[in-house]
Design a protein around this ligand. Structure first.
Ligand SMILES: Cc1cc2nc3c(=O)[nH]c(=O)nc-3n(C[C@H](O)[C@H](O)[C@H](O)COP(=O)(O)O)c2cc1C
Length: 217
């Protein structure tokens, strides 16, 4: 179940995100995700056999539990010390994962396993140059925080941020393969426009995006 902490609205069911009132309507500040599952999924070799990119999506929303499991798999905390499911450059968490959905853009906050509101608009269509991005229920937008990468060149910032993102993206691919979901990692993005739309800071930049949803048909 997702709960909206400030509005105290409890929502249940597989259409949970579609049914969620807009942020503007509730004035809520945090979407609490259900705890991620601690077991399950297909064995690794079977999962690798199923991993692929898919570009045809149903507009069916993702259930809250699936969203929680997906985000944890992507870049959640897997050790008490706070380390993550994906490796990252110099032990500095450069990448933040944003979820662009019909009801707005949310920042994944793994310590509390919540989504923090970032934008109230539906910007899915602006997360990529391919038509399916507008209707798929979820586009992950990977944002690098250059300000956390001191003493290296702009090129190196881009390099390490991209590598960090690639690991997260592969986690998402494996989760989707295991769960029968569709995904595609994407570099076909109008970056200047998306950086503006996301209202990113001067040193922040989108590295890649990744669509997730149920396969169409
Ligand atoms: C860095 C990178 C950028 C990519 N950008 C796009 C993209 O913009 N649009 C797209 O449809 N697929 C994109 N892909 C997915 C590749 O096209 C896909 O992984 C490749 O064709 C192999 O297919 P498979 O993933 O089904 O094995 C990208 C993959 C990577 C690694």
């Amino acid at each position: 179940m997702i709960t909206r902490r400030t509005a105290s609205v409890g929502l249940a069911g597989s259409a949970i995100l579609a049914a969620a009132p807009s942020l503007a309507a509730t004035g809520s500040t945090v979407l609490e995700l259900p705890p991620p599952r601690s077991e399950g999924g297909k064995p690794l070799i079977q999962t690798l056999k199923l991993r692929r990119s898919i570009r045809e999506y149903s507009d069916r929303p993702l259930p809250a539990q699936v969203l929680s499991d997906l985000l944890w798999t992507a870049f959640g905390i897997n050790r008490p010390i706070g380390d993550r499911t994906a490796p990252y450059w110099r032990h500095i968490m450069v990448i933040d994962v944003y979820a662009a959905m019909a009801d707005g853009v949310w920042l994944y906050e793994p310590k509390r396993q919540v989504l923090l509101p970032h934008l109230r608009a539906d910007i899915r269509a602006q997360t990529g140059l391919q038509d399916f991005v507008a209707n798929a229920p979820l586009n992950l937008v990977y944002v690098a925080h250059g300000e956390r990468m001191q003493d290296i060149s702009a090129n190196d910032r881009r390099l390490y941020a991209s590598v960090d993102t690639g690991f997260i993206g592969q986690n998402v691919y494996l989760f989707c393969a295991s769960e029968g979901l569709a995904t595609v990692f994407r570099g076909a993005v109008d970056y200047a426009k998306l950086n503006r739309t996301m209202q990113l800071g001067a040193d922040q930049f989108v590295t890649f995006a990744q669509t997730v949803g149920h396969p169409r048909g």
